[in-house]
Design a protein around this ligand. Structure first.
Ligand SMILES: C[S@@+](CC[C@H](N)C(=O)[O-])C[C@H]1O[C@@H](n2cnc3c(N)ncnc32)[C@H](O)[C@@H]1O
Length: 393
């Protein structure tokens, strides 16, 4: 088996509000990105071998039947030493990634807040008495202390800066130099497949710091793009980052997606979410779907980039492996969200089954040298296909 290295962390584009890194801090991120890649490509396949050769036969012998769902697979695999080792390594890498990023941004929190102030503009609306949704408030999503919404002082952006610099480690550099590969891919796909579509208003829900919002604004410069999110530091940092990168047709608004009543009915030509739905609570996701259906124009486009849903054609073993985040990565809504069937979710926002679509969108990664050179000298990772579902209302 050929082991392929991720790109070096220094290939990330350091825009004007990006945190500063010392030699050792960069080295730590590089070590962790490599460890992550090693665990996911060299160690992880051992789980399948343990399952096939040991865990499944033992379960079937004991019960006289095979697995009935992924939870039974999880229960049986949790006792296996290969799974235990892989899961523990993966968890430790995530904790180390969060702690490295956190140490970096905390030591320069004031300087970061000042840089963000310098790039502040009129593209940000924060709400004084904003209530972070209950389901978000108590979760340190993917082990990020304080998650997306915690500010440690007025104007603080440290959690957003941690997210911006560290996602590279978790994704093994597959998201490109601005961590915007998802947004770039979907914008490219929409332009290619629907060349006559000229959206005037685009909404990105759960936009975070705008990694995947800015590519929409850049691809459709005549459109007004609005990103909404519950996390104040993300929005504050995101608005300054957009200004630093010179993207002008985008605005960041603090809003709970469960109640978008400040937008009138049928406001948007396109509603997009990227890696958002799996972080929404069990009841919230249905409220959000209803709100999307309300604010999306008739004939408008709705697309969601997500990890694949657990459909009946996915094996219980694959469902179980994909469910790791729900158990060990502080993603408490992950399992529930992935159990929902995408056609049903889209029906909730007014997209009938005959107009439902599920597609694989080829990733865009400007750090991937494979495409430029037939003889691969450096491979910056698998070329992922983004799983996207949605449709036209
Ligand atoms: C995994 S992040 C994805 C960020 C961004 N879409 C991206 O691709 O980088 C999920 C985001 O959803 C936001 N979020 C979760 N529930 C929300 C809600 N009810 N209303 C607004 N934002 C929400 C979180 O604050 C977080 O920034």
């Amino acid at each position: 088996m050929q082991y392929q290295l991720p790109p070096v962390w220094t290939k990330l584009y350091r825009h004007a509000v990006f945190p500063e890194f010392s030699h050792d801090e960069r080295a730590r991120y590089n070590f962790l990105a490599n460890l992550n890649r090693f665990i996911s490509t060299v160690i992880a396949p051992g789980n399948q071998i343990a399952f096939q050769n040991r865990v499944k036969p033992a379960f079937e012998k004991e019960k006289g039947r095979t697995f009935a769902n992924r939870h039974e697979v999880a229960e049986a695999m949790s006792k296996d030493p290969v799974y235990q080792s892989w899961a523990a390594l993966r968890r430790c890498t995530m904790e180390m990634r969060q702690q490295n990023g956190r140490a970096v941004v905390m030591r320069q929190a004031k300087e970061l807040a000042d840089k963000v102030k310098q790039y502040a503009g009129d593209n940000l609306i924060l709400k004084k008495n904003f209530k972070v949704p209950e389901y978000l408030r108590h979760v340190d999503n993917h082990l990020m202390p304080g998650s997306y919404h915690t500010s440690y002082f007025e104007g603080d952006v440290s959690n957003a800066a941690n997210y911006d610099s560290g996602l590279f480690v978790t994704s093994g550099g597959m998201l490109g130099s601005l961590t915007d590969g998802g947004g770039k891919a979907i914008a490219k796909w929409v332009k290619e497949y629907y060349p006559d579509f000229r959206p005037k208003k685009i909404l990105d829900i759960g936009c975070g710091l705008g990694h995947n919002t800015l590519p929409l604004a850049e691809a459709f410069p005549d459109a007004e793009v609005i990103g909404i999110d519950a996390g104040e530091p993300m929005l504050r940092y995101g608005a300054a980052r957009a200004n630093a990168l010179g993207v002008k047709n985008v605005k960041f608004i603090q809003m709970d997606a469960e109640d978008m009543s400040e937008f009138e009915d049928e406001t948007f030509d396109w509603v997009q979410t990227t890696m958002f739905l799996h972080e929404t609570g069990g009841k919230a996701i249905h409220k959000i779907m209803k709100e999307i259906g309300r604010v999306l124009k008739k004939g408008g486009l709705c697309l969601h980039i997500e990890q694949p849903q657990y459909t009946p054609d996915m094996s219980y073993y694959e469902q179980f492996m994909r469910d790791w985040d729900a158990y060990y990565n502080a993603e408490p809504y992950w399992g529930h969200m992935h159990d929902l069937q995408p056609e049903d979710l889209m029906a909730e926002c007014g997209i009938p089954k005959e107009r439902f679509m599920q597609i694989g969108v080829k990733a865009v990664n400007d750090l991937d040298t494979q495409k430029k050179d037939d003889k691969i000298t450096e491979d910056y990772g698998r070329t992922p296909i983004w799983n996207v579902f949605g449709g036209w209302k």
